[in-house]
Write a protein that binds this ligand. Structure first.
Ligand SMILES: Cc1cc2nc3c(=O)[nH]c(=O)nc-3n(C[C@H](O)[C@H](O)[C@H](O)COP(=O)(O)O)c2cc1C
Length: 231
């Protein structure tokens, strides 16, 4: 009896993993190179240069920290500066300004379903679908991303407009271990790998950044600015 339960559990987990790959993504090409700055989990295709053959690239920056003017928010501003100088049409959204309801079963039938009055998730997901490049940004919260961004990610479920986007990642944490920053990168990538044909373009992982504003005197500001210029 116990072994039947174990087999059923393993089968269930395997099916769950397969359903992410099959319902929302193509399996990434095995020849893809990974971002040299990130752990090679998932093998999401990486490109150091733009894969988009257009002049006016739309860049959407999702600044998810609730701390306005905090470390990741300032890195987003630097990225925006660089991207604007590189000719991008940049829009930065401070997620805490928006009302994003939790995902519910009704959303899997119609992703545009608004659960409560004023729910702005469909508006945000539409902006993501209209963008060529999406910057996902969050501080590390308990070895993960924060709730604002995770809630928005959940609301992207079954949205058909998120194929072929380029992604950048920005995170900051108090810890001085790069492996702590990688926990946020891992969460960003868990979302991105479930979208069709994504491309990773790079990341900023700011470690040792506990205090608000600590980022100002760090090398990460220039890193974010220079990364923005690569669009
Ligand atoms: C709720 C909460 C959880 C946190 N969890 C972690 C953590 O697990 N590891 C860590 O190194 N820092 C953690 N931090 C610190 C933040 O990641 C750090 O202060 C970061 O610079 C905040 O970015 P922000 O200024 O953009 O909000 C946490 C902070 C908060 C408020």
């Amino acid at each position: 009896m116990k072994s039947i339960t174990t087999v059923a559990l393993i089968l269930g987990l395997a099916l769950t993993a397969v359903s992410c790959q099959h319902s929302q993504t193509e399996t990434p090409a095995s020849t893809a190179t990974s971002d040299p700055n990130n752990l090679p989990v998932y093998n999401i295709p990486y490109s150091a240069t733009s894969t988009l053959n257009k002049a006016d690239k739309k860049v959407l920056i999702l600044s998810a920290s609730p701390r306005r003017g905090g470390n990741t928010d300032l890195l987003c501003d630097e990225f925006a500066k660089g991207a604007q100088e590189a000719g991008g049409k940049v829009e930065k959204l401070f997620l805490d300004d928006y009302k994003i309801d939790f995902f519910h079963e009704e959303h899997s039938i119609n992703p545009d379903t608004v659960m409560t009055s004023g729910d702005q998730a469909p508006l945000l997901v539409k902006k993501m679908a209209e963008a060529d490049i999406i910057v996902l940004s969050s501080p590390v919260y308990y070895m993960n991303i924060d709730g604002q961004l995770k809630t928005l990610m959940d609301r992207c479920y079954r949205n058909n407009g998120l194929a072929g986007k380029e992604f950048y990642y920005i995170t900051a944490c108090a810890d001085r271990e790069e492996s702590t920053a990688e926990t946020a990168i891992f969460a960003f990538r868990g979302f991105v790998v479930c979208l069709p044909d994504p491309v990773e373009r790079g990341s900023v992982k700011a470690i040792g950044m506990g205090r608000k504003g600590a980022i100002n005197d760090s090398k990460y500001m220039a890193e974010a600015y220079n990364l923005g210029k690569t669009i």
